[in-house]
Write a protein that binds this ligand. Structure first.
Ligand code: ADP
Ligand code: MG
Length: 260
C-alpha cells in the first residue's frame, strides 16, 4: 500500500457552537482521486477547508507527509496543497495570465519578481487546462467553464502534490463538466496528483473517482470504492429519497425514483 500523503485523525470542528465535523478520520493515498459526496450542509466544504489549513480543527490531528500540521513549514505546505474554492469573487480586473502566475506565489521570496521559470510553469499550466488562448483576457469577462479552468491552471502553476476542489463543476453544462473532470483525471493519472473533490453528481463521481467518501451530518458514513459506497440502502437513508441502482460502462449509476 502506498504511504498516506495526508492523514486526519479524530477531527472535530464547530462554527461557534454548531458542530459541523464529528470525529473524522481519513488517509489520502498517493494518486487517490477522491469524490467527497453528501447532502447540502453535510460538511464537505468545511472538511476541504480543514484539509487545506484554511480552518483549524477544534480537536484531532492532521499530518501531511508525516509532519503534523501546526508544525509543518508553512511555505512547503502552501506549495504542496492547493485549495480551489467553489466561487472565486474577483474584485480587481486581473488578466487570466496574471491569475495563473499568482499560483507561483508560494515560491517567491518577499519583494522578488517572477523568474523565467515561473512564467514557463504558468505557460505549461495554461496549456494543460486549455486556457492559453484567452491568457490576455480579463477573468471577469470569460465564461464559467473557462473561469474554472483558469482556477485549476493557477492551482497547477503552484505545482502541488494535492488539490482540494470544492464542487469544480457546479453550474457548468454537461460538456464543461466532462471537460473539467477529464483534465482532473489526466492530472491524477499522468501527473500523479492526489485529488479530493466535493461533488454533487453521484454518477460523474462514480465514473471519474477511484474512491468516494460519503458525509452525512458531519460524519463519514462510508469510505471506499464507488461500488462499496453507492449502495441503495445507504443512499436512501442519507439523501432521504428512493433510488434505483444500475451500471454503465462498468461504473455504478444512481437513478432517483420519481413518483408520478
Ligand atoms: P456542504 O459543503 O456539505 O454543503 P458546509 O461545510 O458548507 O457543507 O456546511 C456545513 C454546515 O456548516 C452547514 O450547516 C452550514 O450552514 C454551516 N456553515 C458553513 N459555513 C459556515 C460559516 N462560515 N459560519 C457558520 N456556519 C457555517
Ligand atoms: Mg459546500
Amino acid at each position: 500500500m502506498t504511504p498516506a500523503l495526508m492523514k486526519l485523525e479524530n477531527i472535530s470542528f464547530a462554527y461557534e457552537t454548531l458542530p459541523v465535523l464529528k470525529d473524522i478520520s481519513l488517509s489520502t493515498r498517493e494518486q487517490d482521486f477522491i469524490g467527497l459526496i453528501g447532502p447540502n450542509g453535510s460538511g464537505k466544504s468545511t472538511l476541504l477547508k480543514i484539509m487545506g489549513a484554511i480552518l483549524k480543527p477544534d480537536s484531532g490531528s492532521i499530518q501531511f507527509k508525516e509532519s503534523s500540521l501546526p508544525k509543518i513549514n508553512k511555505k512547503l505546505f502552501a506549495q504542496s496543497v492547493s485549495w480551489i474554492p467553489q466561487d472565486h469573487p474577483m474584485v480587481f480586473p486581473f488578466k487570466v495570465s496574471e491569475i495563473v502566475l499568482m499560483g507561483r506565489h508560494p515560491y517567491l521570496s518577499p519583494l522578488s519578481f517572477e523568474s523565467e521559470e515561473d512564467f514557463e510553469i504558468s505557460q505549461r499550466a495554461m496549456e494543460t487546462t486549455m486556457t492559453s488562448q484567452f491568457a490576455d483576457r480579463y477573468f471577469n469577462e470569460i465564461s464559467g467553464g473557462e473561469k474554472q479552468r483558469v482556477m485549476i491552471a493557477s492551482a497547477l502553476a503552484q505545482d502541488p502534490e494535492m488539490m482540494l476542489l470544492d464542487e469544480p463543476t457546479a453550474a457548468l453544462d454537461l460538456k464543461y463538466q466532462i471537460q473539467i473532470l477529464s483534465i482532473l483525471k489526466n492530472l491524477n493519472a499522468r501527473h500523479k496528483m492526489t485529488l479530493v473533490m466535493a461533488m454533487h453528481d453521484l454518477n460523474l463521481a462514480s465514473s471519474f473517482c477511484n474512491r468516494l467518501i460519503l458525509l452525512d451530518e458531519g460524519q463519514i458514513v462510508r469510505d471506499g470504492t464507488p461500488e462499496q459506497v453507492l449502495k441503495k440502502d445507504i443512499l436512501e437513508q442519507v439523501y432521504g429519497i428512493e433510488v434505483d441502482l444500475g451500471s454503465h460502462d462498468g461504473s455504478i449509476r444512481v437513478h432517483p425514483v420519481i413518483s408520478r
